[in-house]
Design a protein around this ligand. Sequence first.
Ligand code: BJW
Ligand code: ZN
Length: 286
Amino acid sequence: MTASVAASLASFHAYLRSSKRILALVGAGLSASSGLPTFRGTGGLWRNHDAMELATPEAFSNDPSLVWQFYSARRAAALCAMPNKAHYALAELAKCMPEFLTLTQNVDGLSTRANHPPDQLLHLHGSLFSLKCTSFYCDFQEDNNFTHPLTPALAIASEVSAPYRHIQQADLPHCPKCNTGLLRPGVVWFGEPLPWRVVQAADDFISSGKVDLILVIGTSGTVYPAAGYVDRVRMQGGKVAVFNIDIDESDSEDELSEVESTGSYANRTTWTFEGDAAEWVPIALE
Ligand code: BJW
Ligand code: ZN
């Protein structure tokens, strides 16, 4: 570890210990070292499968067979993956800090499997293991369905890279309540609202007192409204710590200007920890 990284870590530790209310915004990079691909960038999910083609309600209604094979493979991968040290470190911090909240954009269930306290974990984009009926007349929703494959026909989709083969609609998952509606994954697609209760709980946390610190872990910060929580904390006067394998210049701007103007790391508004989140988050939160 270089002297400047050690100094940065020391100043972060001091601020962390003095913080009363902390928010964590996490994304796909948190689960990267658990073997789950991210969405954008090298190895990103969308490289072989176009995001707009697969993660929209229109895509599902145009070709439910394609979209179900994609999500079936993702369910299989998430079930095989294990939480990593960063998932556990966040869960431990939550257990010893009552005013700590994790906002996860991930749908893989790994934070829950790391025993993150459920009342301090909000799933902004739903879950791969929730199912919803698509019939307008039916309100069926099921959480924590870990069956794989969901239908015998979906056994062909056990890997994201498995070749596509058309599956008849009758052989895709159907609703056990109305018996006619096609089921869909309980995730939030582009153009869909985030779950109302989740947004409400996140807003309540932010508006019921100043958030001292937001940990931004393994997310590109390109998808809204999730990305907007960082600026909301900053506007309250809270500080930002970014953990990412690929820090871009805008992430470290505050840090550099503060170091240049004050000559010290003590009052920086942003900390940046470049590298694998599974390595850096446990070190930073210890
Ligand atoms: C590592 C690492 C390692 C790698 N260690 N780091 C305002 C402005 C502009 C647009 C909009 C706006 N408000 C809304 C929009 C539209 C849209 C949007 O944001 N579009 C943008 C693309 C421009 N937003 C929406 O449509 C949202 N809905 C909405 O706003 O509704 C309004 C409404 C109201 C009322 C009625 C109707 C509508 C919904 C967004 C849903 C996003 N869904 C997805 C798919 C979920 C299901 C699935 O998993 O398939 O969520 S898209 C995808 O992106 C997924 C992710 O959760 C999300 C974020 O991605 P994430 O996690 O940041 O991953 P990556 O790959 O982008 O980044 C990984 C990062 O990790 C990188 O930085 C790496 O460097 C790093 N990394 N390895 C540390 N080892
Ligand atoms: Zn139904």
